[in-house]
Design a binder for this molecule. Sequence first.
Ligand SMILES: Nc1ncnc2c1ncn2[C@@H]1O[C@H](COP(=O)(O)OP(=O)(O)OP(=O)(O)O)[C@@H](O)[C@H]1O
Length: 279
Amino acid sequence: MSVVINHINKQFVTDHKTVHTLDDINLEFKEGEFICLLGPSGCGKSTLLNIIAGLEAATAGNVLLQGKEIQGAGPDRAVMFQEAALFPWLRVIDNVEFGMKLAGVPKQVRRETAVKYLKMVHLTRFQDCFVHELSGGMKQRVALARALTLDSKVLLMDEPFAALDSQTKNILQAELQRIWWETKKTILFVTHNVEEAVVLADRVVVMSANPGRIKKEFHIQLARPRLPESLDVSYFVTDILRELKEEVEKVAKAEFDSDWNIKKDTILPDSDSNMGIGL
Ligand SMILES: Nc1ncnc2c1ncn2[C@@H]1O[C@H](COP(=O)(O)OP(=O)(O)OP(=O)(O)O)[C@@H](O)[C@H]1O
């Protein structure tokens, strides 16, 4: 399913100020394309993802899915966040079935579909466990299985692996590459991690901040599966980091006290592929 973002603007109006978060965002995702969105903290990545999900309204502009303007959230778009947001009182299998239950899918079909996707994330052995019995990585795999069950053509992922250790993250990146390949979904994946973006994406979109704009796009024409430690991945990482560095420093200058010295206290060593985290 193709996604077209037309002239999206977003302003948040609070009691004491108006924040111009997104300025004239135009983007097109081809059917089955994997896009990663990178940018300094606060540039509006999550806001843009929420607008595409229909969870947030744009101030101006629109989002077209297969040529049709979206009106709020819909089953054609599944969303996955940094926190798995599973129900602790339900077993794994019931968590995976939950969205289908709400959608009125009959019990038998629900169960078969849940097992199919638990198999896809290699968790069938744990289907009768409760959430507290799972590791962080397993919880995200349950959330991924749940997101896949509604068979939506678009998957919107907001830093889904950010809270995981690097080994688990690498495993899940490999799994996601395989699942994307098998399901042919259109994926928008928000991350702070440049290496993760290069490993996963067909195209990496870099945003600038204040207000959020599209700064540059990188087409990652590398064979898959990709390994984070490979030389061709590092080549793209270096290139993208160069583009991001300027943006992250701009945000830091605006947010840090005036005695902060960008050279002395630098948070931006050239090899840092998590640039911007924690700003
Ligand atoms: N509900 C809201 N009300 C007011 N301002 C908001 C709201 N949601 C987001 N903002 C502001 O919009 C800007 C963009 O926020 P957003 O979370 O989209 O950025 P981000 O790039 O995803 O950041 P991060 O990488 O840190 O998650 C920030 O300045 C934020 O404070």
